[in-house]
Ligand binder design. Sequence first.
Ligand SMILES: N[C@@H](CCC(=O)N[C@@H](CS)C(=O)NCC(=O)O)C(=O)O
Length: 207
Amino acid sequence: MAVKIYGIARSRAIRNVWACEEGGVPYELVRTQWTDGGTKTPEFLKINPNGAVPAMVDGDVALFESLAINLYIARNHAPGLRPAGAKGEGQLFQWTLWAATELEPANGGYVMQTVYTPPEKRDPAAIKAAWEKMFKPLGVLDGHLAGRTWMIGDAFSIADVNVASVLLGTWSNKADFSGWKNLHAWLDRCFARPAARKCIEMRAAAT
Ligand SMILES: N[C@@H](CCC(=O)N[C@@H](CS)C(=O)NCC(=O)O)C(=O)O
């Protein structure tokens, strides 16, 4: 039975689509949009009381929080995406929580000033300030990636999906990551993967 992912490709649901595509996990993207009230229906609120996408239903398991959904998908359906052992798992939790608490707020502030602020209202000083808030987490990531191909160990894993997918929109909008050489090369590596390319195309085509 396919894992049901609620959302649209131009939302954080793409993080879960990417995980499924990487792991060869059958999934169904159930179109659910926040701008037309789709995330506020009584049925949807039973799945995600936050009224936001993504959410996931897999048999009798219902989850929200995009990055937690990816941990579940890797744990239950795509063991090849799970870093091995207690150390690998600890590092996976570390980087996933870091992505949610350190990288996501900084990136979200930048997205707010750029994508979600209409062009005529955009303030260069506010955009610059929001971009500069990214420097600390981007620097941490760049340092971690020095001499590494992937986030944990020698193999691509769900840690790469969870961290890189937070930056997918900003990368797609051609933000300049060239000041962080290791990070820049890793993002290009992640987003050149066939599963990621499919997601980028889905995202670009999404309405
Ligand atoms: N931390 C949540 C954030 C979810 C979120 O904010 N989703 C957006 C779309 S990408 C949404 O549905 N916003 C509408 C709302 O919050 O009312 C996650 O990663 O799943």
